[in-house]
Ligand binder design. Sequence first.
Ligand code: 6CS
Length: 312
Amino acid sequence: ETWKYAFEEALTDVQGVYAQKFKEEIEANSDHEIQLFPFGTLGESADIMEQAQAGILQFVDQSPGFTGALIPEAQVFFVPYLLPAESEQLGDFFRNSKAINEMFPELYAAQGLELLTMFPEGEVVMNTKEAVAGPADLNEVKFRVMTNPLLVESYKAFGATPTPLPWGEVYGGLQTNIIQGQENPMFWVESTKMYEVTDHITFAGHNNFTTAVMANKEFYDGLSDEDRKVIDDAAKVAFEHILEYQNGLTEKSVAKIKEAKPEMNIVELTEEQRAPFKAAAAEVEAKFIEMTGDSGQKILDQMKQDLEAATQ
Ligand code: 6CS
């Protein structure tokens, strides 16, 4: 049988490298084949999610940045400065977190999705037309965010004018000055040539990009125990592979951007400069609880417990 798997990036980007490893494992350990659909082949993120829920696709990779309307609790990944910056701690957190491995699967299941894994894609940077040293520099800046209500609140708290857009509209939006900024991990800023339409990259340490891979639940539940195990094992192998693949990836991407555009201004904010952004986190966390109630509070509490365990 051929199974279809769509994701939000190109084959050579992080989600694509994960998908290729997953495919390799499935095909090596079963009679099934995986057909991969990178970004642009089946529509935007929202489209591939609909197709996965409808069972037209068996697998989909959708970042929580686009899952906010479907699963409000998934917005927890946009509380600023919540995830650890250190990659080993981050890996341990995703590997062992009860919130991720036990609580989120139930929330995804309620939407007809079997959550297979969540993994980090790299530190998120602010990528803008003008320099950013603090919230005052974001005043009047139309800042593109993924279509996620909490991310909107986050950039409001950071002092910007958040503008939620699907990915396909970002390059053109920057080019025509409809937006003046966006945020993403460095590999993505580099591979999608964001440096052609912006001049500044700012490391504020406010987040790491998280994504989620899932299967259509009816499809998954209908498989043999053996096939389900092949899938679960492939997801685990690909998880370890993608963490290893990302070692040094940010630095490599910085070097490539500097080569392509030497005048690109790449800045790391000092602790002092980060302080006002960090101060905004409490407000965003309160908004998260306002949006998600008891269920969100439980996830947030568990995540904090899991984070403490991972960073000890
Ligand atoms: O910002 C976005 O919309 C995109 N960013 C990444 C790193 N992956 C896919 C997503 O669509």
